[in-house]
Design a protein around this ligand. Structure first.
Ligand code: ADP
Ligand code: MG
Length: 494
């Protein structure tokens, strides 16, 4: 079991330490071809109002019909969050007026959501992990979009998004730092992507978060929260929390009180500013939507969906640790994104001896490949070295054909020029020399050419390193390092 989230960082104020308390409401667009209650397409980027059915435009007399695919996606997500699936849930109308909301209400779930309590394990610095509680997940409709930049005197409304299914995933106020909040969104997004229930594309708005922040004296009662709306970048979420917590501390230390309000983050200024206060908050007059029956399904329905869930990041991580002896940190790095995990799995599948070289393969993916990709600002899907090529490089090291050092040169050649690693090693004479006679010859030459160093080495065994370096150099890095060490030790008598 993972530890509950600990306060990892307290903020020093004039009156002592403060602790941040954070809870997130994440809106995740459901991956589905059509909308929650209509057959219109959910495709991104169509001409304005190209994907609008009569239901989405709220024509009089139109009736919503639930899209079963969206229900399945919500249940699958709930299962991926280790959450309670509610076999009966209710759709409510959340009433408010807005030009991009033609119905005059949003169909959402209020008292009886489709998914109840669950949890997300987040990865913290140094390979540690912690658990953040999930309060609920409910299904709701997205609204349309008002366009104010098309004309100097008119506003337009695009209803393409109107009625698209969203999952609102509400966390408990378990998060204690901006780092943890970022780790939470990162992990949640990763789980959604593994499940294929949301593409997690924050730039397109498929995943956005309302961030609730309050501060308190460590261990004290919960403070009044402010909610920062509609954040669509993980790093801005971190920045907004840092700013907001300090703003609240300053007010409290000046003897003031926090107004519960909705705020917006301005990334250009690095500040949050008030959008509306609690007094201006809407009374949504929720009531069950009379157009829709309660949503009911059986245990068997849930069990069938559960059976077909893919392996999720936590399970994959545990398997990599158990099968290959990876560290918790390395395993986390590999599973963090579905694409990197898939890449590593393909490398594994390509290895001649998976149990012998699995860990070596992990090191190569993490250190050489990811390191190089990061340096060039590329991601794994655009890697010049394929998983099959990397598997071949690891095979060559594992079987002793090339040394780790030569493998780095080989990796560089494959990165730059492509090609079959095994054929390259043959063609360019990169094979490791394990022929003891050949190595001995080099060792003898070096010893003969450096009598002064040989004498010194008797009293200063650290000079061994110098000899090893010389032998490796004169063998073009191809001498088997173990053999070089053994021979030198014997010949130098140290
Ligand atoms: P609302 O819709 O009114 O914002 P929700 O229950 O949907 O209410 O969401 C409340 C969110 O605020 C949850 O994520 C919860 O964890 C968080 N939260 C509740 N109390 C606090 C608090 N004192 N400080 C920080 N976050 C809080
Ligand atoms: Mg809210």
């Amino acid at each position: 079991m993972n530890a509950p989230v600990k306060p990892s960082k307290l903020i020093k104020g004039a009156t002592g330490d403060w602790e941040m308390v954070i809870g997130l409401e994440v809106h995740a667009q459901v991956t589905s071809h059509s909308k929650l209650f209509s057959g219109a397409s959910t495709e991104f980027g169509g001409e304005p109002n190209a994907h609008v059915s009569l239901v989405d435009a709220a024509m009089p007399g139109m009736l919503p019909v639930i899209n079963e695919e969206c229900v399945k996606q919500a249940v699958r997500t709930g299962l991926g969050l280790n959450a309670k699936i509610n076999l009966r849930s209710v759709f409510d109308r959340k009433n408010y007026f807005y030009p991009d909301l033609p119905q005059g209400y949003q169909i959402s779930q209020y008292k009886s959501p489709i998914v109840g309590e669950g949890e997300v394990v987040i990865e913290l610095a140094g390979g540690e992990s912690a658990t953040v509680g999930i309060e609920r997940l409910h299904l709701e409709q997205d609204a349309g979009k008002s366009l104010h930049d098309q004309s100097p005197s008119l506003s337009f409304v695009d209803l393409n998004r109107s009625g698209v299914a969203l999952m609102e995933i509400v966390s408990k106020p378990d998060i204690r730092s901006s780092e943890q909040a970022k780790a939470y969104v990162t992990k949640l997004r990763s789980i959604l992507r593994y499940l294929g229930t949301c593409d997690g594309d924050m730039e397109k708005g498929s995943l956005r978060a309302d961030v609730n922040v309050s501060v308190r004296k460590p261990g004290g009662p919960l403070g009044t929260r402010c909610e920062i709306k509609n954040m669509n970048s993980i790093s801005f979420i971190g920045d907004a929390i840092e700013y907001e917590a300090r703003r609240q501390i300053e007010i409290l230390e000046d003897g003031g009180a926090i107004d519960q309000e909705t705020r917006l983050y301005d990334p250009n200024k690095g500040e949050t500013r008030s959008m509306r206060s609690k007094e201006e908050a809407h009374d949504y007059r929720y009531f069950p939507d009379p157009d829709l029956l309660p949503l009911e399904f059986s245990e068997a329905y849930v069990a069938a969906l559960k059976e077909h869930l893919p392996e999720l990041p936590d399970q994959k991580k545990a398997r990599f640790i158990a099968e290959f002896g990876l560290s918790s940190y390395d395993a986390s790095v590999l599973v963090a994104e579905r694409e990197s995990a898939d890449f590593f799995e393909t490398v594994l599948a390509g290895l001649a001896n998976k149990s012998r070289d699995g860990k070596l393969a992990a090191n190569w993916v993490i250190n050489e490949l990811f390191g190089r990709l990061n340096k060039e600002g590329r991601d794994i899907t655009g890697s010049p070295v394929s998983a099959i090529q990397l598997a071949a490089i690891v095979d060559l090291i594992g079987e002793g054909t090339i040394s780790g050092k030569i493998a780095k040169d080989l990796f560089e050649i494959v990165w730059q020029e492509g090609g079959d690693p095994r054929a390259l090693v043959e063609a360019r004479g990169m094979k490791q020399v394990t022929d003891l006679g050949a190595i001995e010859k080099v060792v003898d030459d070096i010893i003969a050419a450096n009598p002064d160093k040989v004498a010194q080495a008797q009293t200063k065994p650290a000079l061994m390193g110098w000899f090893v370096g010389q032998v490796m150099k004169s063998s073009g890095g191809k001498a088997n390092p173990q053999a070089v060490n053994d021979l030198l030790k014997a010949k130098l008598g140290i």
